[in-house]
Design a binder for this molecule. Structure first.
Ligand code: ACO
Length: 334
């Protein structure tokens, strides 16, 4: 069996910064409420007609490929995680295959696992590399939430939390023992599908029945039972991190960095306390970017890459929880 390791990371953020004060102007909310409940101070919103979920992913990917010391034609496979695709179908993976402009007709796979989408994708990539099927896989998370949010007072409980952006990593074949992706751990609990979801478009809202349905039922914006999500998230995060550490005979004390999916700063801080980690061993960017869902973790990896925060032999745990419910972790020895 081969090993797999991340050899490059990149990210792209739309230029437009939207502060909590900006949101105060368009809905009944306050900077204080958003900061206290979520930790968020500002987020990025894409420019309609310029940024797309796919092209943000392509921009992040180009940087990741360059940092890996590779060219587009070295990439064997694309895995793209998003909950905010440009088309209902096909997913954005094939658009990235086209936009990258490589010579080969490489495969593109789209993953729909929301906040856990990047770790699920990394896990799929890891299996393809370990079995020898592929050598270099692009794993992308990209979200353009802003066009699908209800930015009125009605949607405020959800819409203040989300931001746009993209991140990508290159996962490559390696033969270094005890290094790279040590293990990944994936879970789901489908009875909570409607605790955090977008109902339509889908088979529960067929267009031919629209005249008979009330507006709330047809609603195509995200709906969330925030407290239920919160309560489950704090338990599952800790569980899946401990699962990754125990599988590899480590304890939280061995971790150099905890990279939590950024759903809410209070969730990350709760888990940090459970694991008894000091502030310098947790990376949060929700204050600047909000919840960028599948893009969050690759954006963080790229930010750490740029800040030279990733050192040889560092032990990092990635963990995410979100809609589905799905949750996941990955343990990495750099
Ligand atoms: N501004 C001002 N007031 C608001 C806002 C807002 N943006 N949103 C809701 N409120 C009001 C509510 O109407 C409610 O008012 P009421 O008491 O008069 O009824 C009050 O604030 C409290 O609302 P709650 O929903 O109880 O607030 P809570 O403390 O639960 O915080 C939050 C809400 C931040 C959403 C929290 O529950 C949370 O972070 N949950 C987890 C989110 C998460 O992890 N999502 C998963 C990832 S996303 C994914 O996978 C796609």
């Amino acid at each position: 069996m081969f090993k797999s390791k991340i050899t490059g990371a990149g990210h792209y953020l739309p230029e437009k910064v939207v502060t909590n004060k900006d949101l105060e102007k368009i809905m009944d909310t306050t900077d204080e409420w958003i900061r206290e409940r979520s930790g968020i101070e500002e987020r990025r919103f894409a420019e309609y007609g310029k940024d797309t979920t796919a092209n943000m992913g392509t921009k992040a990917s180009r940087i990741a490929i360059e940092r890996a010391g590779l060219t587009v034609d070295d990439i064997d496979f694309i895995i793209f995680a998003t909950l905010s695709p440009d088309y209902y179908f096909p997913g954005p993976g094939t658009t990235v295959q086209y936009e990258l402009g490589g010579k080969r007709t490489i495969a593109a796979l789209d993953v729909r696992n929301q906040c856990s989408g990047f770790i699920y994708s990394l896990s799929v990539a890891d299996q393809f590399i370990k079995t020898g099927m592929y050598k270099n896989i692009l794993v992308i998370g990209s979200e353009l939430h802003s066009s699908g949010l209800d930015l009125t007072t009605r949607g405020r409980a959800v819409s203040v939390l989300f931001g746009d952006g993209a991140g990508a990593v290159v996962l490559s074949r390696s033969e270094e023992e005890g290094k790279g992706i040590l293990s990944t751990h994936l879970h789901s609990q489908g009875e909570f599908a409607e605790a955090l979801y977008v109902r339509g478009p889908g088979n529960f809202t067929p267009r031919k029945y629209y005249p008979k349905m009330d507006e709330d039922y047809i609603n195509t914006t995200p709906q969330m039972d925030g407290q239920l999500v919160f309560k489950n998230a704090v338990v599952r995060f800790t569980e899946v991190i401990m699962e990754a550490l125990k599988t590899n005979n480590y304890t939280p004390a061995d971790l150099n960095m905890f990279v939590p999916h950024q759903a809410n700063l209070r969730i990350s801080q709760f888990v940090q306390r459970q694991l008894k980690l000091t502030d310098d061993r947790v990376y949060n960017n929700i204050q600047r970017l909000g919840n960028t869902t599948a893009a969050t973790i690759p954006i963080i990896i790229s930010e750490m890459w740029e800040k030279n925060m990733i050192k040889e032999n560092d032990l990092h745990v990635l963990a995410a929880f979100g809609s589905g419910f799905t949750w996941a972790s990955a343990l990495i020895k750099w």
